[in-house]
Ligand binder design. Structure first.
Ligand code: ACO
Length: 335
C-alpha cells in the first residue's frame, strides 16, 4: 500500500520582528545575525494570538488544496513542542476544523524533527492501520520559551504553522519512501528547555510543615543551547541520515530535485548541500524571512515553494529535520 502528499498549507502570525528590532533589546546587529545565520526577520505570536488557531488555518489551506472536507480526515497528527494545553492541542485543532466524526487526533513532540517524524508516523498509520487521509501539522511558538535577554538564542527563532495531507494510494503512486530516523538522549545538555519548580507558590512549604508534599507547581525553563555543538551535530548527522534514506529508497543523490532541510541556519543548509553535492539552485530556503520555526519550518517552506510554482508535481524532495532531544530524521518524498 502506498501514500502520497495531496495538499499543503501554512500560516504565520502578523507581527514581524526584524534584526534591527532585536538590536534594540539585546546587544546585536543585523550584520552579525545575517552573516552567522542567514536570518533577517521572523514572525512572532502577539497579544491574544493562538498557535492552535494558526495551525488550524494552515490545515484548512492544506485541505482546500487537497479538495477534501474536514470529515474526510481520519487522523490528525499535531507535531509541536509548544502545545497550548499540557494534554495536547490536536483535538482542539480537530474542533476548530469542524470535524464531526471524531477522528483520532494526537500530538507528537520531537522539537525541530517533529514534522519529519509526523510524516513517517502518517505513512505507518496509512500502510499498517488502514487510515486514508492523515493531516500532518507542524506548528511551534518557541518565542514563548525564549529568553529575550539572551542574544545567543533569541535571534534564532520564529513562530509559524504548516500542514500537509498524506493520502492512501496504490503502491505505484507511492510518494513517501526511504525514511531514516534517530534520537540520542545524551545530547540533551546541548539543547533543552527543562522543567523547573516555581518559587514559593505552596503555603504548606513556606510553613515548613511538609517539605516535599504537595509538590510545587512547575513550568518550563527558557531554551538553553550550546550553538556550536548543535551546529556540529547537524552537519555531522543530517547528510548521513539523508544518504541512509536515499539508500532505502534505492535512489542516488543526483535524483534529488529539491533539498528541503529544517530551516535552522543557512550555514548548516549550505554545508549539508555541499556534502551531498546538491547545487544551491536546488536548495529551498526561506529562513531569511521566518527564522527557525521548529516543527513548522519544513511544511512552511514546502508550502511556499509549491504555491510559487518552484516545486512541481512529480519532483523528488529530500527533507530532514534535526533538533532537541537530540532527534533527527530524513524522508525522501515525491510531490
Ligand atoms: N549578536 C552579536 N554577537 C553575538 C550574538 C549576537 N546575537 N550571539 C553571540 N554573539 C557573540 C558571542 O558572545 C561570541 O562573542 P565572544 O567571541 O566575544 O565570546 C561571538 O559572538 C561568537 O559566538 P558563538 O556562539 O561562538 O557564535 P557561532 O558562530 O557559533 O554562532 C549560532 C552562533 C548562530 C547560534 C550558531 O552556533 C548556530 O546557528 N548553531 C546552531 C543552532 C541551531 O540550529 N539551533 C536550533 C536547533 S533546532 C531545535 O530543536 C530548537
Amino acid at each position: 500500500k502506498g501514500c502520497k502528499l495531496v495538499g499543503c498549507g501554512s500560516a504565520v502570525p502578523a507581527l514581524q520582528i526584524s534584526n534591527d528590532d532585536l538590536s534594540k533589546i539585546v546587544d546585536t546587529n543585523d550584520e552579525w545575525i545575517s552573516v552567522r545565520t542567514g536570518i533577517r526577520k521572523r514572525r512572532v505570536l502577539s497579544g491574544g494570538d493562538s498557535l492552535t488557531t494558526l495551525a488550524a488555518e494552515a490545515a484548512k489551506k492544506a485541505l482546500e488544496m487537497a479538495k477534501l472536507d474536514p470529515d474526510d480526515i481520519d487522523l490528525i497528527l499535531m507535531c509541536t513542542s509548544t502545545p497550548e494545553d499540557l494534554f495536547g492541542s490536536a483535538p482542539q485543532i480537530q474542533k476548530q476544523l469542524g470535524c464531526t466524526k471524531s477522528p483520532l487526533s494526537y500530538d507528537i513532540t520531537a522539537a525541530c524533527s517533529g514534522f519529519v517524524l509526523g510524516l513517517i508516523s502518517a505513512a505507518c498509520h496509512v500502510r499498517g492501520g488502514g487510515f486514508r487521509n492523515v493531516l500532518v501539522i507542524g506548528a511551534d511558538a518557541l518565542s514563548r520559551y525564549v529568553d529575550w535577554t539572551d542574544r545567543g538564542t533569541c535571534i534564532l527563532f520564529g513562530d509559524a504553522a504548516g500542514a500537509v495531507v498524506v493520502q492512501a494510494c496504490n503502491s505505484e503512486e507511492d510518494g513517501l519512501f526511504g525514511f531514516d530516523v534517530h534520537s540520542d538522549g545524551s545530547g540533551i545538555r546541548h539543547l533543552n528547555a527543562g522543567i523547573k519548580e516555581n518559587e514559593s507558590n505552596n503555603a504548606l512549604d513556606s510553613n515548613g510543615s511538609v517539605p516535599s508534599f504537595p509538590p510545587k507547581q512547575s513550568s518550563y525553563s527558557c531554551i538553553q543551547m550550546n550553538g556550536k555543538e548543535v551546529f556540529r551535530f547537524a552537519v555531522r548527522c543530517v547528510p548521513q541520515s539523508i544518504e541512509n534514506a536515499l539508500e532505502k529508497a534505492g535512489l542516488p543523490a543526483s535524483s534529488i530535485d529539491w533539498l528541503l532541510l529544517h530551516q535552522a541556519n543557512q550555514r548548516i543548509i549550505d554545508a549539508v548541500a555541499t556534502r551531498l553535492e546538491v547545487p544551491s539552485e536546488r536548495v529551498i530556503s526561506n529562513l531569511a524571512n521566518y527564522g527557525n520555526t521548529s516543527a513548522a519550518s519544513i511544511p512552511l517552506a514546502l508550502d511556499e515553494a509549491v504555491r510559487s510554482g518552484k516545486v512541481k508535481a512529480g519532483q523528488t524532495i529530500a527533507t530532514a529535520g534535526f533538533g532537541a532531544g537530540l532527534t533527527w530524521g530524513s524522508a525522501i518524498l515525491r510531490w
